[in-house]
Each structure stands twice: as C-alpha cells, then as structure tokens.
Design a protein around this ligand. Structure first.
Ligand code: FES
Length: 116
C-alpha cells in the first residue's frame, strides 16, 4: 500500500508491522515492482536497506545483525545500516538505505517515486 506525502515528491511505503521483526533480527519484504528490501530491528530502532548484497546475490535479511551493521551470510561482507557503506571486505560497494519511519506500530520508508 502506498501513501502519498503532502510535503514533497516522495511516497511512504508501508513495509510491515514492528512486531514482525524480532529485536536483533531482519525481515525480507517484497513490494511489487521494486527490488526486495530488508527491515532490521536494532535496539528499538528500525533500519531498511535493499535486501540484495552489493557483492553477490545473497539476501542480507538472512545475514547476522550486529549493532547497526549487517553481515552478509555468503562471504561475511558487512554494511553499516545507517549509511549503507561497506565496512568489511569483500563487500566494497555501498547498499541503498532508506529513511525509515515508525508510526502506529508499522514501519514505513520514504522513497522517491522514480526509484525502483
Ligand atoms: S554476496 Fe555478500 S559478501 Fe559476497
């Protein structure tokens, strides 16, 4: 379900309920027409990134969450969930991260309409 923002050209996309993601875990979310996303729950905060690792085709939601970093399940590349930067070899290319909103027990991201 998409919700149009009244303040700018971005849209809010509803991803999941907050209780669908355990503390210290991640959840893969698929939305029609977009690359899969990963929702992370870290110390009461939620982060969202593209789910596919930039080094290969691994699902980062299947990786290990360690603080505000996720370790890829395939080759142990690591990414910062705040910036998307690769912080551990062999991952060197950042992943996309999204501004995340928690409201009414649901997790949303802001995403420009032209992003796909
Ligand atoms: S596929 Fe993620 S580090 Fe290689």
């Amino acid at each position: 379900m998409e919700r149009q923002s009244v303040t700018d050209s971005s849209v809010e996309l509803r991803l999941c309920r907050v209780d669908a993601v355990e503390e210290g875990e991640a959840l893969r979310v698929e939305i029609d027409g977009r690359p899969p996303l990963a929702v992370y729950h870290v110390d009461g905060e939620f982060f969202v990134s593209d789910d596919t690792c930039s080094h290969g085709e691994a699902s980062l939601a299947e990786g290990s969450v360690d603080g505000a970093e996720v370790e890829c399940p395939w080759h142990s590349g690591k990414f910062c969930l705040r910036t998307g930067n690769a912080v551990n070899f062999p991952a060197v290319t950042p992943i996309r991260v999204y501004p995340t909103i928690v409201r009414d027990g649901e997790v949303f991201i802001k995403s420009n309409q032209e992003q796909s």
